[in-house]
Each structure stands twice: as structure tokens, then as C-alpha cells.
Design a protein around this ligand. Structure first.
Ligand code: IPD
Ligand code: CA
Length: 280
């Protein structure tokens, strides 16, 4: 596991350097530039930039050299087959692409390796803040800063749902968003407050580091949660993940919560209907 974690950290860090260098080259001070730098995917509001595509190639090239025998699933290029058997790297070259485009400093490179569909090591690099979160199954989770200092990650000690700072996110389709909005209107009066940061991988790392107390979102894809879900769990969070072979369209919920509120928070989610999937 330690070797796999080192590989995850190494390739995610290199990819994050690429993202950091390319942003001013591609976008400068303007939020969105033409010339084919941005295209849309599932809906007109679901973007992919030239830097997402390049960065996935950076990750794939490095992994081909370091782990030639392993399979790869990446957000932009998919996978060669659907098998979950053996070792498979799950890549999000930029999680938080909308933030990346607009220059909001909350976007990340996410790299996990799963064995038979279970994440065993992963790294999430907060590109703008130069934070490297990582974990290996059973070995805990850490964050390393740009100055080389490292810290073990622990969830917050919150014990009261009404004092829970809750991070969430919304899908790109308006049908799912309408249901998500209705759920949020039920939850908002019951928690301390809500944050929509714009990167699920960072939301999960923020649960791990106690910066927020809980996270939930419907319709995440494996590359959104594969590394961050492990990091949160290894930091002590109670985590519920979609199945490894699930797709965003199935709309399963991802939940991570500090241990002192997890039971009560899950009960609140259940009574709001938020543990059911929102297909879309
Ligand atoms: C998105 C972000 C966002 C979440 C969306 C994801 P992307 O990933 O994680 O926070 O709310 O559901 O799709 O598109 O920036 O890779
Ligand atoms: Ca992405």
C-alpha cells in the first residue's frame, strides 16, 4: 500500500504542476476564453478544458511508465474495459473545472488506485493552495504543505448536527438540481450552514481535515470520490460511497461525516429522502 500511495502522490503532484503552469497560459485574467479551450460535455454548463485533457494525458503517461500492468479509468478518456478486477487507477485530472476556468482557487487533481473496486491508496492535490492530501487503506491520512511540513488528518470533533458545517455540490443537469435544491431547503434549517465549494474531492479532504464537518452529494462519478473518500475514511469519517461500477447517471449519494455526528446526520439525510438516489 505504501508504494501505491507514493505513486499516487508522485503522479498527482506532477499533474498539479501542469495544471498550475497552464492556467495563466490558457485563461490569463479572463474567466473563459474561446478558441476551443473549453468545450461542454453532459450539459452546456458541464465544461472540459484543454487543460483537463492534457492533464489526464500527463497522468496516463506517468502511470504507463510506473505501473504498466495496471488498468486506468479517467474522467476524460474513460477506460479500456469495465472490469473491476485487479489494480485500477481512477483519475480526475481537474476536479472543480468550473472553479479552474473562473480562477476560483478550489480545484484539485485526484488520483486513486483501487483493487477489485476498493480504493487502497490515493492522493488529492489542492492545486492553488499546494496541499497534498493522501491516504492508504489502514495507514491513516496526511496532508503535506508546500514548505514540506506534514500533518496527520483527523475529522472535527463536532457532536451536534445543528452545529455541523455541511459541504455539498450539485449535478450539471437541471432535473437533478431541482431535487437537490428541495433537499437542501430541508437540510439548511437543521445544520450550522452549507458550503458549495465546487470540488467534491476537496470537500472530502476538508471533512478529513476538519475544515468542514460533513459532505454529501448525489451523482458523483468514481473519479470524484475514489481518492477523497479513502482520505476521509482514514481520517476517521463515516463514509458511504456509491458502488465502484456506478455512474453519475444512477445518482447514488456519497456521504462523509465526522464520527461525532455521523449517526444523527445520516438520520437527518434519511428523513429528507437524501439517502435515495437521484437518477439523472
Ligand atoms: C464536479 C465537482 C463538483 C461537483 C460535481 C462534479 P468536475 O467535478 O466535483 O463539486 O458538485 O458533481 O461533477 O466536473 O469539476 O470534475
Ligand atoms: Ca474533472
Amino acid at each position: 500500500m505504501d508504494v501505491l500511495r507514493e505513486v499516487a502522490v508522485r503522479v498527482a503532484t506532477r499533474a498539479a504542476e501542469h495544471v498550475r503552469r497552464r492556467r495563466p497560459e490558457v485563461f490569463g485574467c479572463e474567466p473563459i476564453e474561446g478558441d476551443g479551450a473549453v468545450q461542454s460535455k453532459s450539459t452546456p454548463t458541464d465544461p472540459v478544458t484543454i487543460v483537463d485533457t492534457e492533464t489526464e494525458s500527463v497522468l496516463r503517461d506517468l502511470l504507463a511508465r510506473l505501473r504498466p500492468q495496471d488498468a486506468i479509468l479517467g474522467e476524460e478518456e474513460g477506460s479500456e474495459n469495465d472490469s473491476l478486477d485487479g489494480a485500477r487507477w481512477v483519475l480526475d485530472p481537474i476536479d472543480g473545472t468550473v472553479n479552474f476556468m473562473y480562477g476560483i482557487p478550489a480545484y484539485a487533481v485526484s488520483v486513486a488506485v483501487q483493487i477489485d473496486g476498493v480504493s487502497v491508496a490515493g492522493a488529492v492535490v489542492d492545486v492553488a493552495r499546494e496541499l497534498v492530501y493522501s491516504a492508504a487503506l489502514g495507514r491513516g491520512a496526511t496532508v503535506e504543505r508546500a514548505d514540506g511540513t506534514q500533518e496527520q488528518l483527523h475529522c472535527s470533533g463536532v457532536t451536534d448536527v445543528s452545529m455541523t458545517l455541511l459541504a455539498t455540490g450539485f449535478g450539471y443537469g437541471s432535473g437533478r438540481r431541482a431535487v437537490q435544491g428541495a433537499i437542501i431547503s430541508e437540510l439548511l434549517p437543521q445544520v450550522r450552514d452549507i458550503r458549495r465549494i465546487g470540488s467534491a474531492a476537496l470537500d472530502l479532504c476538508m471533512v478529513a481535515s476538519g475544515v468542514v464537518d460533513a459532505h454529501f452529494e448525489h451523482g458523483l462519478s468514481p473519479w470524484d470520490w475514489a481518492a477523497g473518500g479513502l482520505i476521509a475514511a482514514e481520517a476517521g469519517a463515516t463514509v458511504r460511497l456509491p458502488a465502484a461500477d456506478s455512474t453519475s447517471a444512477q445518482g447514488a449519494v456519497t456521504v462523509a461525516a465526522a464520527p461525532g455526528v455521523s449517526n444523527a446526520f445520516l438520520a437527518v439525510l434519511r428523513s429528507a429522502g437524501a439517502l435515495d438516489p437521484i437518477p439523472g
